[in-house]
Design a protein around this ligand. Structure first.
Ligand code: ADP
Ligand code: ASP
Ligand code: MG
Length: 482
């Protein structure tokens, strides 16, 4: 056994493996996943599993709640039926003995009963709180953990389903809760370590957490990656592996760019920039708990398990100065506050951004401007109306004096970001990007260089975004001299 990987008890340090929605989205996928769990539990022991809901189930759960608020009873019943069929079909297709299957079916039925009761209460009240949404959206992971443990049990792999609301303690910002790492680590060590010591595989529900008082919260969409990172940190894991449906982190979203390539090595800094700027492959908060402790993160393909995947660590990437990938954030709006009279008037920028913050809207990108005559930034389109109103109220006096001419929002735009370690040290990257875009006559509406030196972002009209991504990918990443 490798000494470096041993903890003080002489045991192998834990390996945390997270399986995303598609990796546990059908009977076939669960069989594949359980095969992987079995292999690594046999080879090295101390495996901790984090499981997502079956793919599509979290969306269906949220739909059920939405339909219940609209008093659409046939609608929410049909949603519940779809969720039921998905799980019962999956259980019927899994190679299980009758008693294990029946037991799992009973557990699933009990969760579906809960869901029906939640929906009826929402229907009566005519509304659902974020707290209610979390109670409902947490059911997908709870149900799926029971399907996976049924197959592990069938295959004689000692296991224990664990609902992560017993493990991960957060504030009460429902639907996007922030974990208290110290408190969570105490719980994780108390509940998970004894199982590992007994060679039992804990199957932890991803995405789910709870307040100190035990009220269920969730970590935000795609949050199972974050669950795995928190467990990895708390257990001082050897490594964290996230298993998904692509061969690793790629040079662009493979659903947009067909010749996107797998990136073998990335630094935590690069991948955090990628996740922040829209690469769906990892939840943006996944990085911090692991980079803080230098725990490597691998992204691997459940359906091609022998391909090596992407290793993300604190080690510098293999080629200094290279450009790694191009990402997009969609459904955003470009806000411009403009006026010749702004020149030299102190505090306009601060007041503009505090008006944005009052609406709890995040500023995704701020564009640099050499003149003081305009402030230009990007927010999520869903915040557009409230943000514009809030800025207009804040700057009412300046608008009435015409020191500020306008507060405008341009919707249907996309942020396209090019990311790479040491980008600033490579001369001519921006020139290459803009000449790539000019080849297709693509207009750039705003530009910003990332404060981390790892990225350059551009705002581009929605209808030109895919072409822009393909063009930059081809000219800067594939054909670029790196
Ligand atoms: P999981 O359910 O396993 O967490 P996700 O759907 O959340 O999987 O993330 C994986 C998906 O992310 C891939 O199927 C791919 O379409 C998308 N994706 C977007 N950008 C990238 C990228 N740069 N590299 C890899 N995958 C990406
Ligand atoms: N099931 C959750 C979602 O769909 C969490 C996850 O899959 O990571 O957002
Ligand atoms: Mg995901």
């Amino acid at each position: 056994m490798d000494k470096i990987n041993e903890n003080e008890l002489g045991r192998q340090k834990p390996l945390v493996m997270k399986f995303g929605g598609t990796s546990v989205g059908s009977a076939g996928a669960i069989v594949q996943t359980v095969g992987i769990i079995k292999k690594y539990q046999r080879e090295r022991g101390n495996v901790v599993v984090v499981a997502s809901a079956m793919s599509g189930v979290t969306n269906l759960l949220l739909d059920c709640a939405e339909k219940a608020t609209l008093n659409d009873q046939p609608g929410f019943i049909s949603c519940i039926t779809q969720i039921k069929e998905k799980h019962l079909t999956c259980l019927s297709e899994l190679p299980l003995s009758a008693h294990i299957r029946e037991n799992a079916e009973k557990l699933i039925q009990a969760y579906l009963e809960k869901l029906l009761n939640f929906c009826r209460s929402i229907q009566t009240l005519g509304e659902v709180t974020p707290r209610g949404m979390d109670a409902i959206s947490s059911l997908g992971e709870r149900m799926n953990a029971r399907q996976i443990t049924a197959l592990l049990m069938e295959q004689h792999i000692p296991n224990q389903p664990l609902d992560a609301d017993q493990l991960i303690i957060t504030d009460d910002i429902f639907q996007k809760a922030h974990p208290d790492l110290d408190l969570s680590c105490q719980k994780v060590r108390a509940l998970v370590t004894p199982l590992l010591n007994e060679n039992i595989v804990p199957v932890v529900t991803g995405f789910i957490s709870a307040t100190k008082e035990g009220v269920t919260t969730t970590l935000g969409r795609g949050g199972s990656d974050y669950t795995a990172a928190i467990l990895g940190n708390c257990l001082d894991a050897d490594e964290v592996w996230t298993w998904t449906d692509v061969d690793g982190v790629m040079t662009a979203d493979p659903s947009v760019v067909s010749n996107a390539k797998v990136i073998n090595n990335l630094t935590f800094d690069e991948v955090s920039e990628m996740a922040y700027f829209g690469a769906k492959v990892l939840h943006p908060k996944t990085i911090r708990p692991l980079s803080d402790k230098g725990i490597p993160l691998w992204v691997k393909n459940t359906f091609n398990p022998m391909s090596p995947g992407t290793c993300i660590s604190n080690q510098a990437s293999d080629k200094p100065g290279r450009i790694s990938c191009v990402t997009t954030i969609r459904d955003v709006s470009l806000v411009t506050v403009h006026g010749k009279g702004m020149l030299g008037v102190p505090g306009v920028a601060a007041r503009t951004f505090s008006a944005v913050a009052k609406q709890r809207a995040s500023v995704l990108m701020i564009s640099q401007s050499s003149s003081e005559q305009s402030i230009c930034f990007v927010i999520s389109s869903q915040d557009q109306t409230s943000v514009i109103r809030s800025i207009e109220q804040e700057l009412e006096f300046e608008l009435s004096r015409r020191d500020i001419d306008s507060v405008k929002a341009l919707s249907r735009v996309v942020i396209v970001t090019v990311i790479g370690a040491g980008m600033r040290k490579t001369p001519g990257v921006s020139a290459r990007i803009f000449s790539a875009l000019s080849l297709e006559d693509i207009n750039v509406l705003a530009i910003a260089q990332g404060s981390s030196d790892y990225s350059i972002s551009m705002v581009i009209a929605e209808e030109e975004a895919d072409e822009a991504v393909k063009q930059i990918h081809m000219e800067v990443i594939i054909n670029g001299k790196q």
